[in-house]
Design a protein around this ligand. Structure first.
Ligand SMILES: [Zn+2]
Length: 359
């Protein structure tokens, strides 16, 4: 039976009626439908545009599909109806169309430099093998590859690019040649400069962005997924490393402290920003609402812009059309107006995924 929904659709700001027929949205009335929402504020669900359901809490790769399902359920129950998995050591293409799970945009395994990145997570390759590894991981994912653009170089005692600029640039080209988009992890100033100029599709974290690069991103349409929740953990990372790598520790703290201004400048310059929590090894799933609040409170984004970054804007970016004629039958409902008080997104009163009432 078709489901009938009536409420204030955002961002349009008017009371609308819509119907869910199977996994599709229509605004044409469907007779004999069941009314499942009558009132409240309706979004096409939240999006966590950077998390990892292939990495267990603590940082080890998952070892079963059920573990990925369980992590995705935590996100779903917090109102997240679409996920971009920014790198998984455990392949789970079987879950792409599972009725119970959020929509999945997936990178394959992280492509990382040898012996520098998180243990057991990336496929670790020398410069000569990067392009081939990118092509292979493009096939393992469903539209994205994930590059590790920088990490600590223990020989240098600081963050350093994963490979030389030519190799990093060729990695982006290899992704595009394979027909997928490239997301790059960067913390440092040097790596993000190489990657933005190489035409990467999304910068993950991006703590090292300068105003010049922000302008370049705005011109190119390069997205930023700031993961402010992750950056807030830099203090602990720095203090653990301080004994051996004091320069790295100071660098991480400076990047953390400057980050709210980076995100604010990127938003003001018109860089597309999306909500991502980096849930996975060190961060719990289900925190998309908390990342939204940080974007508002720390980076000064207006609630309507945060809602776009967390919902319809992110869905459009990932290729999951929302509450438009023929769109996908996902929605969350909130009893109060999230534009007046963003905190209401912490607790949806109704969740519908793929045309089925979840709660
Ligand atoms: Zn991540």
């Amino acid at each position: 039976m078709a489901l009938h929904v009536r409420g204030v659709l955002l961002p349009d700001d008017e009371v609308r009626d819509l119907w869910l027929v199977g996994d599709r949205v229509t605004f044409t009335p469907v007779p004999d439908s069941e009314t499942v929402v009558d009132g409240g504020f309706v979004l096409p669900g939240l999006v966590d545009a950077h998390c990892h359901i292939g990495i267990a809490r603590g940082g080890a790769p998952i070892t079963s599909l059920d573990q990925a399902r369980a992590l995705a359920h935590v996100d779903r129950d917090a109102g997240v109806l679409a996920i971009r998995d920014a790198g998984s050591p455990y392949p789970y293409p079987e879950l792409d169309d599972e009725p119970d799970l959020p929509r999945l945009a997936r990178a394959g395994q992280h492509v990382a430099p040898p012996k520098r990145y998180l243990r057991d997570i990336g496929v670790e390759v020398d410069a000569t093998d990067v392009a081939a590894a990118v092509a292979a991981q493009a096939r393992a994912g469903n539209g994205w590859v994930k590059l590790v653009g920088d990490w600590i170089d223990r020989g240098v005692g600081d963050l350093a690019p994963a490979w030389d600029a030519d190799t990093l640039t060729a990695a982006v080209r290899a992704a595009h040649d394979a027909g997928v988009r490239a997301a790059v992890h960067t913390f440092s100033e040097s790596a993000v400069e190489i990657m933005v100029r190489a035409g990467v599709d999304s910068v993950e974290h991006g703590t090292g962005l300068s105003l010049d690069l922000i302008d370049e991103m705005a011109r190119q349409g390069t997205a930023l997924v700031p993961t402010m929740i992750n950056i807030a953990t830099f203090g602990g990372i720095a203090e653990q490393a301080r004994g051996k790598f004091p320069g790295y520790a100071d660098h991480m703290l400076a990047l953390r402290d400057g980050f709210p201004e980076v995100v604010r400048a990127a938003h003001e310059a018109g860089v597309p920003i999306y909500v991502g929590t980096d849930a996975g090894g060190g961060i719990d799933h289900g925190l998309a609402a908390e990342e939204m609040l940080l974007l508002h409170e720390q980076a000064g984004m207006a609630p309507i812009d945060v809602l776009a970054a967390a919902s319809w804007g992110a869905r459009a970016w990932l290729g999951f059309p929302g509450l438009v004629e023929g769109g996908l039958a996902d929605l969350t409902v909130y009893p109060e107006d999230p534009r007046s008080d963003l905190r209401v997104v912490r607790a949806p009163s109704r969740t519908i995924l793929r045309g089925r009432v979840i709660r």
